[in-house]
Design a protein around this ligand. Structure first.
Ligand SMILES: Cc1cc2nc3c(=O)[nH]c(=O)nc-3n(C[C@H](O)[C@H](O)[C@H](O)COP(=O)(O)OP(=O)(O)OC[C@H]3O[C@@H](n4cnc5c(N)ncnc54)[C@H](O)[C@@H]3O)c2cc1C
Length: 381
């Protein structure tokens, strides 16, 4: 089978690329995934204000609003145990990935994209130094003029040879958990510093709770920390009483979040990398859905510019990389600054003076935008 574009991976990055291609008039597109949809994905399922903007552009905002749980406040607990509550009218939404990813995939197929599942891409088809398609582990072949790699954190096709830096996570789901309406928690507990633990409400009764910690120790080696023991301690300290009255749903799950500060290799002749396959997640918040979708839109626009014949591939590919660097590097650098703030006594100091209106305004602006994954110095493209 032969297509204009083959997309490997139908998570938010790959599916957004498929929708954006179709919106640009390119529908001879194969969207492949090793799993059938709807499928689960280990994730907090938080859609930031940035993510909601892209969702609007992709044409599924009304359905996300209908199915999602709206968030308009963040309760922050500092390493010293003080509390801040940041309210915002730029509401976020929590929508279980099983439903969110399915919505995006359905949107792509409704616009004429061909979904092929289960298709586990295992090898590249190359011709004359160009990628021309992929082969599945059971020998099926799909050919394309262009291939987009959106196969997530464990990308088997990544060209980025740098050691992976990652955030380790562990999370669970609970029902009948009592929490303040429309409020998510970010708990900057000392044991997980400079990262955090979270509680994201998915409905009025069901929540997900998790922790993220650095996947590397100070020397850069893979961390040997006992994540399960760290999570048990975290749950005990912050939610012990309330969890006693709640019911756990299923087992705890963990998955790495792969990040980079300096965007690396993300093109090859005939192909582009996007989303977490290109390590585009925020190193301090772990946010990756909005970056993946935005990256998918950038990939669609780059491929469309070449297919329409106006721009040569090498020019389009280098513009693609530059566009990502302009869009995300500021936010990724701000992530490291945020980590430094969290590891210092600064957050506790801020909490002490938070009731002063000037301070409150500043915190909402700075911390609010950092938590939403966009830096103050991030320039629009
Ligand atoms: C515990 C946890 C909590 C998180 N919470 C949040 C959050 O609240 N908000 C947020 O914005 N981000 C969050 N993230 C990050 C977010 O989940 C990812 O960054 C995001 O899903 C990346 O999107 P993607 O499309 O690039 O990759 P993915 O969502 O990983 O999608 C990749 C797709 O490729 C498919 N695939 C993989 N290999 C192959 C193959 N060989 N052949 C065919 N298909 C393949 C997979 O089945 C999958 O469907 C969290 C991550 C974790 C681990």
């Amino acid at each position: 089978m032969s297509f204009d574009v083959v997309i490997v991976g139908a998570g938010p990055g790959g599916a957004a690329a498929a929708v954006a291609l179709a919106q640009l008039g390119i529908t001879n597109v194969a969207l492949l995934d090793r799993e059938g949809f709807p499928r689960d994905k280990t994730c907090g399922s938080g859609l930031s204000p940035n993510a909601l903007k892209i969702i609007q552009q992709l044409g599924i905002a009304a359905k996300v609003k209908e199915l999602g749980y709206p968030i308009n406040a963040v309760r922050i607990v500092t390493p010293g145990g003080r509390e801040l509550r940041i309210s915002s009218d730029a509401a976020a939404v929590v929508l279980l990935r099983r439903h969110f990813d399915h919505l995006l995939v359905e949107r792509a197929t409704s616009l004429g994209v061909t979904l092929m599942t289960p298709f586990r891409a295992d090898a590249l088809i190359e011709e004359g130094g160009r990628v021309r398609g992929v082969r599945s582990f059971d020998g099926k072949e799909v050919h394309g003029k262009y291939v987009l790699f959106a196969d997530g954190a464990h990308s088997v096709f990544s060209l980025d040879k740098r050691p992976k830096r990652s955030i380790s996570t562990l999370m669970g789901w609970w029902e009948n958990f009592e929490s303040a309406p429309n409020t998510l928690d970010m708990i900057f507990d000392k044991e997980v510093s400079p990262l955090y633990g979270w509680m994201f409400p998915e409905t009025n009764e069901r929540v997900n709770i998790g922790i993220c910690v650095d996947g590397q120790d100070e020397s850069g080696e893979k961390s040997t920390r006992n994540l399960r023991a760290t999570f048990e301690g975290f749950l005990d300290r912050h939610y012990g009483k309330r969890l006693g009255a709640a019911t756990q749903l299923g087992k705890w799950k963990g998955h790495p979040i792969v990040y980079t500060t300096w965007i690396g290799e993300m093109t090859r002749p005939g192909g582009l990398y996007l989303g977490e396959a290109a390590r585009l997640t925020h190193n301090a918040t772990g946010e990756g859905i909005s970056q993946a979708m935005e990256s998918g839109v950038f990939a669609a626009e780059a491929v469309a510019s070449v297919l329409e014949g106006g721009v040569g591939e090498s020019r389009a590919w280098s513009a693609y990389v530059q566009r990502h660097r302009r869009r995300f590097t500021g936010a990724f650098l701000a992530g490291h600054a945020l980590r430094a703030v969290i590891a210092s006594p600064m957050l506790d100091g801020v909490a002490d003076v938070y009731n002063q209106p000037m301070v409150r305004k500043l915190v909402v602006k700075l911390l609010g935008s950092a938590l939403a994954g966009s830096a103050v110095n991030d320039r629009p493209t």
